[in-house]
Write a protein that binds this ligand. Structure first.
Ligand code: 1GP
Length: 251
């Protein structure tokens, strides 16, 4: 186990450094395409890998995480869509509670069932308030979670949800419009939410252009997550990472 991922996230936030995370869906990769992805990620100074998905069908999770750990130093954070997506080979786990939804199973039910396994994993557990925002079309997360996303123009609902999550003790807030969202989260919502919380703010879903990643960081996102766009064109890793890392630090 490598402790201190949360410390690195808060330290980077304190220093005004923005982070770039590549989301890897174990269903979409294999040993051969991972080689190139890892090489590009190292060259681009990617800060974190997130591994997981709303619906993981294959049995490749452990192997995928081990492959990353064997080949680079980039920390691996699990982003589990269900309690069976726990790999002891990762560094940390986003312990997600879907606070934008009203589905008790995803607020606490699944956590109770998986608590012993999660605790025994030895992973660094980072409690995360997961906020799903409408991305213009149903995504896997909105369908699987059976919960209504926050309307994309209701900044106040997102703000109050994030504030409540932080006051309940959640260490991270992750705003997501879902993988492959047609419309990513607006800068105006990111700005409003970032102004009312102190914990690091992760933003993802439908970000396909480096310019959008840059603007999201300027608006207040601390970590940008990109999955789909990189699955389609892995050369985007470099441009996305440069855009995120070029955001001027606020002094
Ligand atoms: C999805 O936030 C992530 O949960 C990333 O979304 O795959 O659309 O980049 P994309």
């Amino acid at each position: 186990m490598t402790a201190g991922i949360y410390h690195s996230l808060t330290e980077r936030k304190r220093q005004g450094k923005k982070s770039f995370a590549v989301l890897i869906d174990p269903d979409k990769v294999n040993d051969s395409n991972m080689d190139q992805l890892l090489r590009l990620a190292v060259e681009a100074n990617v800060d974190y890998f997130l591994v997981g998905g709303s619906l993981v069908i294959s049995n490749y999770l452990d192997e995928c995480v081990q492959l990353i750990k064997r080949n680079c130093q980039i920390p691996v954070i699990l982003f589990p869509g269900s309690p069976n997506q726990v790999s002891k080979y990762a560094d940390a786990l986003l312990y997600l509670s879907l606070i934008s939804g009203r589905n008790p199973e995803l607020l606490i039910g699944q956590h109770v069932i998986s608590a012993p396994v999660v605790k025994q994993s030895g992973l660094e557990i980072m409690s995360t308030g997961y906020i799903v925002v409408d991305g213009g079309a149903p995504t896997t997360v909105s369908y699987i979670s059976n919960a209504t996303p926050i309307p994309s123009d209701k900044n106040e609902i997102a703000m109050c949800t994030a504030m409540a999550g932080e006051m309940l003790g959640m260490k991270l807030i992750y705003m997501d419009s879902g993988s492959g969202a047609k419309r990513p989260i607006t800068e105006s919502m990111i700005q409003k939410v970032s102004q009312v919380i102190d914990v690091p703010l992760i933003v993802g879903g439908g970000i396909v252009e480096p310019e959008k990643a840059y603007l999201n960081c300027k608006a207040g996102a601390d970590v940008i997550v990109v999955g789909n766009a990189i699955e389609k064109d892995d050369s985007l890793i470099k441009e996305m990472a440069s855009a995120v890392h070029s955001v001027p630090k606020l002094v």
